[in-house]
Design a protein around this ligand. Structure first.
Ligand SMILES: Nc1ncnc2c1ncn2[C@@H]1O[C@H](COP(=O)(O)OP(=O)(O)OP(=O)(O)O)[C@@H](O)[C@H]1O
Ligand SMILES: [Mg+2]
Length: 359
């Protein structure tokens, strides 16, 4: 809890909510104005193990109501981003076994699970979360290539705050950051045609939307709705000198082995919270075509008929890693060479553990 709030306006909260030293998830979001908000993960990698333990305690004991004395009979599937450091993976395994006493652990790569959830074992995953975006190409459930972009959900929220500031709305405290996030999730979208949307926002009122802040003020949004997430396609707008997502997807597929290209262009699967914007898949498909036309066909659009690129945007894409993980856990419940047990974990060397814990 914020020190300043403990004395002052926080008192209001004391009356309504039981005082807790730590609040997690939705409860923390609801009470955010009075809390010091921390994120134990950065770009998908655990950075703050003490607070991560609090999230796990809350998940296992408060939410799932697991009895720790029976955990040795349970197995757990954990997921990791493609670039998770080995030390981090081993520490996750150790905590699951030593602290929570699970009988066996499996660690799966998130992109592989995303494809799994779609019934695919080969494809391209564009995963966009809060801190980082990744393009991952996968063949027969093995990761072939990974490219990252340092622009994701948090940057879009920041950009929305910056754009709103120019209009005279000041949203910049930690708590307001969460309010801006909510506005972003509700009202932002990806423009299919920037020129048209700019024209619409300047000459008409069709894009205008109002949002009422917790303090009763109203924020009016127009062009900000598509300008904020545009940084995914044009990272230079926030001074990030990296190609945008279309180029990143295209190059990752195109620079790989030629015999996989067709499949990889045909199955581009979106995942993660930042892939939820309306309009994202059609803009990506349009730009894939455009890039193929300029880079491969050198402007000759005859060849475009045979180029097939599909961006899959399943409605549950925000939780696709979880869906894939639960399917995996269900199918491999009993025998699977991929489960690692406590005995194996401690008896064999690091190299063995590293190999064993990869999908
Ligand atoms: N409907 C939505 N529209 C736009 N953005 C959304 C939507 N829902 C969630 N988000 C954004 O998605 C992000 C969280 O996504 P996700 O849960 O995939 O991230 P994460 O896996 O925790 O982060 P990372 O992979 O970067 O470590 C947040 O920035 C959130 O604001
Ligand atoms: Mg993620």
């Amino acid at each position: 809890m914020r020190a300043e709030e403990q004395k002052g306006q926080g008192q209001q909260m004391f009356d309504q909510t039981a005082v807790k030293q730590f609040m997690i998830g939705d409860e923390a979001v609801e009470n955010r104005a009075n809390l010091e908000v921390v994120y134990p993960m950065e770009s998908g990698i655990i950075k703050d193990w003490d607070n991560m333990r609090r999230i796990w305690d809350y998940t296992f004991f408060e939410k799932l109501q697991l009895d720790p004395n029976t955990n040795h009979m349970r197995k757990i599937v954990l997921t990791e981003p493609p670039n998770n450091p080995l030390a981090s993976r081993l520490e996750m395994c150790r905590i699951m076994m030593e602290v929570y006493k699970f009988g066996a652990v499996h660690i799966a790569t998130q992109a592989v699970l995303v494809l799994y959830a779609q019934g695919l074992d080969t494809g391209t995953v564009l995963d966009m979360g809060d801190g980082v975006s990744h393009v991952i190409t996968v063949k027969s459930s093995h990761v072939m290539d990974i490219k990252s972009l340092r622009v994701a959900g948090r940057d879009i929220t920041r950009q929305l705050i910056a754009l709103l500031l120019r209009r005279g709305y000041a949203l910049n405290r930690t708590a307001d950051f969460d309010t801006a996030r909510i506005i972003k999730e509700k009202l932002c979208y990806i423009s299919y045609d920037l020129e048209l949307d700019h024209k619409l926002s300047e000459e008409t009122t069709v894009l205008l939307e109002n949002f009422t802040l917790p303090d009763g003020r109203t924020v009016r949004l127009g062009a900000e709705r598509f300008e904020a997430p545009e940084i995914l396609f044009q990272p230079h707008l926030i001074d990030v000198e990296q190609p945008g997502i279309s180029e990143l997807v295209f190059e990752t597929i195109f620079n790989g082995p030629i015999d996989n290209r067709k499949e990889l262009f045909k199955h581009i699967v979106l995942s993660g919270g930042t892939s939820m914007y309306p309009g994202l898949s059609s803009r990506l498909e349009k730009e894939m075509k455009q890039l193929w036309l300029t880079r491969v066909l050198k402007g000759n659009d005859e060849g475009l008929k045979t180029f097939k690129s599909t961006v899959h945007d399943p409605p549950n894409r925000k939780h696709l890693v979880f869906t894939g993980g639960s399917v995996f856990a269900g199918l491999h419940n009993y025998e699977a060479p991929s489960w690692i047990t406590m005995t194996e974990f401690w008896e064999k060397g690091d190299k063995y553990r590293a190999m064993f814990t990869r999908v």
